[in-house]
Design a binder for this molecule. Structure first.
Ligand SMILES: Nc1nc2c(ncn2[C@@H]2O[C@H](COP(=O)(O)OP(=O)(O)OP(=O)(O)O)[C@@H](O)[C@H]2O)c(=O)[nH]1
Length: 682
């Protein structure tokens, strides 16, 4: 089941105030929706103060009305069609989009992130219109926010996250979440699930969101709503990946699309139609949200191109690699730079000791030239792939990730330089050492070649000895690069470990080790924050101070260890009795503080009674007998005379004193049940 982020850790992240959060009108909408007595008219009035949001809202409503319904033209109508909870989440999503279009994390591509999220949202909407696992408008919102964990990490730790993203380029086989765990002791999936829950998205959404990348690991029963939503998220995320991929990569990705969609019983025709529809929607939404979109050919065409590529690669691989049986055998091994198992040591291959065999791709339209170069390469033990033109060369380079390419300059359709330029635009292509063969060797041409990203050149006709020497030079550069990468990785790992230790230290500094609750220091910061929220929103704020009755007597009668066990038992009972929004901290030996945001005195007293009863009903088992405990609780709510949070806590302390004096195991307040205005006028 979903392993959500530790609640205390998440509370601390929230308390630090750096998590992505809605601002401006969106915040006002969200607050208004939380008020039970707010009306649609009031909500519409607030929405109209943000013309950009009005446009997006009406577009979202029209996306759902179907062909035979009249178009939605007003905010009120949009509210009726979408429903208030959806409008709230849309406000949240669009507000985050506006506020976090850009940021400080260097390797985080904010534009690509948001345009991908838009595809994600539209794909979720389109899929649930077919599976009917949930309301399509709600899953649009879910899709828009389903990658929020990544944005959150980029926002919380811009420098460190940039490094993690860099690592993903170098260690393509290590999942992002593993690298994140190493660096931050948490990952984007946990954070996303916790944030969606915190924003009030239903459990049936925020739990499957954790499994969006690996839905089959969820253990959800096949066909259950959670199962369908987790698989819909997975499919939507894959569709988004295709949309934002580079043009040459799309057909290859599309060949996997149908397999993923089949988990939701969506057939290829339905999927291609659906994706074509998403492309149109994406472009419309993209211009409204000022997000970059791409021209994408019909999916049926991408699919047949994908099939053709796979077939030609398989055929070429069979034909040209002799012992290699399948296309998969040619894909880079797990650790791309390590020697291929089964190839034997480098010495066995006639390579100089310590030199690893390389995967080399030859791209030349002249078959006799390919054969000549292949012979030289195979003599020194390298693994050879061939492509007869620039297009196949590009596809094979992206698919098989050779360490070195030998490319003919002059080829029909795509020249060697054009191929090099295109490869240098891709993540994979940037890491390949490219050697160009040329018949014409003048200075201007050579300068042009280097400026286009070529690493070395060789004159035709090819002299095998010179080629072998050039290969050795290339290999030296590749090896140095690998060593550099390894050093960088070590430094990165060290920095990541340091980041984790720092985080843990920070956590320790704010956590009470006996109960695992936040400590007094945290409580003081947090109450200050909640006080500010209450001032801004004019929502009530209450707190309770809880003290264990006669705690000293447990220590005296049974020793300090039993005293500790009593504290833990009481802490567990308190936590179990509180609501999700309440924040509890251990502020002293046997004293706890509970902050109750958005809570008036009546509700705080009711909550305190639940706590009192829970402690009384949970005795501590102790060698045959059991120890009964009780607590006294002082409750206070913010009123007009209190100038700061200290005054609020002081009032709760006074009430606690009364409760102790009246005989303990009770709740007291030092305020009248129905105080006047809760907050001072602005
Ligand atoms: N076992 C244990 N005892 C602690 C810890 N921290 C403080 N104490 C003890 O807790 C006791 C607190 O007692 P008081 O608050 O003075 O009074 P009380 O016995 O709870 O009585 P009332 O509050 O008047 O009901 C002191 O004896 C402290 O030494 C701790 O972490 N573990």
């Amino acid at each position: 089941m979903a392993q959500p982020i530790d609640v205390t850790k998440f509370e601390q992240l929230k308390a630090a105030g750096d998590l992505p959060s809605p601002k401006g009108v969106a915040l006002a909408i969200i607050r208004l929706v939380q008020q039970e007595d707010s009306s649609i008219g009031e909500l519409a009035r607030v929405i109209k103060t943000d013309p950009a949001f009005v446009g997006r809202l009406i577009k979202a409503a029209n996306g759902l009305t179907g062909y035979n319904r009249r178009a939605v033209a007003s905010v009120q109508e949009a509210l009726m069609v979408l429903g208030v909870p959806t409008v709230r989440t849309l406000a949240l999503g669009f507000s985050l989009l506006s506020s976090y279009r850009d940021g400080r994390c260097r390797n985080f591509d904010y534009g690509r992130y948001w345009t991908g999220c838009l595809v994600y949202a539209l794909a979720m909407q389109a899929i649930t219109q077919r599976t009917r696992a949930a309301a399509a408008e709600e899953t649009f919102c879910l899709g828009l926010l389903a990658r929020i964990g990544e944005l959150a990490l980029a926002t919380l730790y811009p420098l460190e996250y940039a490094k993690v993203l860099q690592q993903t380029l170098e260690y393509r086989d290590i999942p992002l979440s593993v690298l994140e765990q190493r660096a931050f002791a948490m990952d984007h999936r946990e954070l996303c699930s916790a944030m969606l829950a915190d924003w009030g998205l239903p459990r049936v959404f925020h739990q499957p969101a954790f499994f969006a990348e690996q839905p089959d690991e969820s253990g959800y029963a096949e066909g259950s709503r959670e199962f369908v939503i987790a698989h819909s998220l997975h499919l939507s995320s894959f569709i988004a990946e295709i949309f934002v991929a580079e043009e040459a990569e799309r057909p290859i990705l599309v060949s996997r699309l149908f397999e993923i969609a089949s988990r939701l019983s969506l057939d290829p025709i339905a999927v291609t139609e659906m994706c074509d529809g998403i492309v149109r929607e994406w472009q419309g939404w993209g211009s409204l949200l000022e997000l970059e979109t791409a021209e994408i050919p019909p999916f049926a065409e991408l699919a047949s191109r994908g099939e053709a590529i796979a077939a030609s690669l398989a055929a070429e691989a069979r034909e040209r690699t002799g012992g290699v049986q399948s296309v998969d055998d040619l894909r880079p091994a797990k650790a791309a730079e390590s020697p291929q198992p089964g190839l034997g040591g480098s010495a066995a291959l006639g390579l100089p000791v310590g030199v690893q065999p390389m995967r080399v791709l030859i791209v030349d339209d002249d078959a006799s030239m390919r054969a000549l170069v292949r012979k030289v390469l195979e003599t020194v033990g390298h693994q050879v792939l061939e492509a007869g033109d620039g297009r196949v060369g590009m596809e094979m380079a992206l698919e098989f990730q050779p360490q070195l390419m030998i490319v003919d300059w002059v080829m029909p359709e795509i020249s060697g330089l054009e191929l090099t330029r295109a490869l240098r635009q891709t993540k994979i292509g940037r890491g390949i050492y490219i050697l160009v063969m040329t018949g014409l060797e003048d200075d201007d041409r050579l300068i042009e070649a280097f400026e286009n990203g070529v690493d070395d050149f060789m004159s035709k006709p090819i002299n095998p000895r010179v080629l072998a020497a050039r290969l050795r030079a290339g290999q030296r550069v590749i090896r140095l690069q690998q060593e550099l990468d390894r050093d960088r990785e070590e430094i990165r790992r060290f920095a990541a470990e340091l980041a984790v230790s720092n985080r843990r230290l920070q956590e320790v500094a704010l956590t009470d080790s006996l109960t695992g609750f936040p400590n007094r220091r945290y409580a003081i910061e947090r109450v200050q924050q909640e006080w500010s929220v209450s001032s801004r929103t004019r929502r009530p704020l209450s707190c309770m101070v809880i003290d264990v009755d006669q705690f000293k007597s447990y220590n005296d009668a049974h020793g300090h260890d039993v005293g500790d066990a009593v504290l833990k038992q009481v802490a567990g009972a308190i936590k179990g009795a509180l609501r999700a929004q309440d924040i509890v901290a251990r502020t002293g030996g046997d004293e706890f503080l509970v902050i109750c945001p958005d809570t008036g005195l009546d509700a705080a007293l009711a909550c305190a009674e639940r706590v009192r009863f829970a402690v009384e009903s949970a005795p501590l088992p102790l060698s045959g007998e059991s120890l009964n405990m009780s607590v006294s609780i002082g409750v206070a709510t913010r009123d007009t005379v209190m100038g700061d949070p200290d005054a609020l806590i002081k009032r709760a302390d006074q009430a606690l004193y009364l409760a102790k004096n009246k005989g303990r195991n009770r709740i007291m307040t030092a305020q009248s049940l129905r105080p006047g205005p809760v907050l001072p006028p602005r």
